[in-house]
Design a protein around this ligand. Structure first.
Ligand code: PTJ
Length: 260
């Protein structure tokens, strides 16, 4: 369906269209539609903008990716539907590998997502079929199956739109986990090392920009950016952004005015 650009909720409706189209192609699962709806709700409460705490997390994430020996970007159905091109560009800029990792894993979905990533410019996509032959310990969902050349040996893993279990399991393996999650109260948000509380469609281009900008920084400067970062503080600030946004609406009134 064509969304008219003048529509006041154009950007949000466009994202919905992308998710629905990807659902029809077997890239997104029905549960992914529900997850997207939950994200929309938090995005609304955040004011559909990248907040200052999200920007702090993006800077720390850029530093972590540039400092990493084996950075990996993990891709699921929703992420592929919304930001396949940005994932590929970020992987190239940060020297990261791209790996398909699905909660609702089927061979058809792995292949469809890998195909979409290749069409978006990816030269190599890990985690498909036999390549996902290593196992994350203590994880019982299909997400436990990972590539021995990718997530299994990674020191930094970027996990957009994750479910909590794997973030915890990856942390227990000693990896630095960067999450992108609009819900600052989710288990993923609270167990990652760096949580970008922002819509993945806004966060990924900003992260790419920061990675390119930080390439001129020394390792010492990047380490200092990471050292100063406090995820608990950033999550608190993200919640305060939601709080203040609600407070502003209460103060300024809620009704839309019409000419008499
Ligand atoms: O493709 P699969 O099989 O790996 O499945 C993917 C889903 C997303 C269905 C699966 O990982 C899942 O069930 O995730 P959850 O537990 O619903 O968590 C998804 C989180 O992403 C929620 O906290 C949402 O608020 C958040 N979210 C949804 N849309 C966005 C988002 N965060 C950032 N940007 C979004 N566009």
């Amino acid at each position: 369906m064509r969304i008219p650009p003048q529509h006041p909720r154009y950007h949000s409706l466009l994202q919905r269209e992308k998710i629905v189209e990807a659902f029809k192609k077997g890239i997104v699962v029905p549960q992914g539609l529900i997850a997207h709806g939950r994200g929309e709700c938090f995005d609304y409460l955040l004011g559909e903008r990248t907040t200052p705490p999200a920007m702090k997390a993006i800077e720390a994430a850029a530093a972590a990716l540039l400092l990493a020996k084996h950075p990996v970007i993990s891709v699921n159905g929703n992420t592929a539907a919304l930001v396949a091109k940005e994932v590929v560009e970020l992987a190239k800029a940060a020297g990261a590998k791209i790996e398909v990792n699905l909660f609702y894993r089927t061979r058809e979905r792995e292949e469809a997502i890998a195909q979409l990533l290749r069409e978006s410019g990816a030269e190599e996509v890990l985690g498909v079929g036999e390549d996902a032959s290593a196992t994350i310990p203590e994880l019982f969902s299909e997400r436990r199956r990972v590539s021995p050349r990718g997530i299994y040996i990674a020191d930094v893993v970027l996990v957009p739109l994750e479910d909590g279990d794997r973030t915890e399991a990856l942390r227990k393996m000693g990896k630095l986990v960067i999450a992108v999650d609009l819900n600052p109260l989710s288990r993923t948000a609270r167990s990652a090392n760096i949580t970008i509380v922002d819509n993945v469609v806004r966060a990924m281009p900003l992260l790419l920009k920061k990675v390119n900008e930080f390439k001129t920084r020394s390792r010492i400067e990047l380490e200092e950016t990471l050292r100063r970062y406090d995820n608990e503080e950033v999550l608190r600030e993200a919640l305060m952004e939601i709080w203040r946004n609600i407070e502003r609406h209460v103060r300024e009134g809620l009704l839309i005015e019409f000419p008499k």
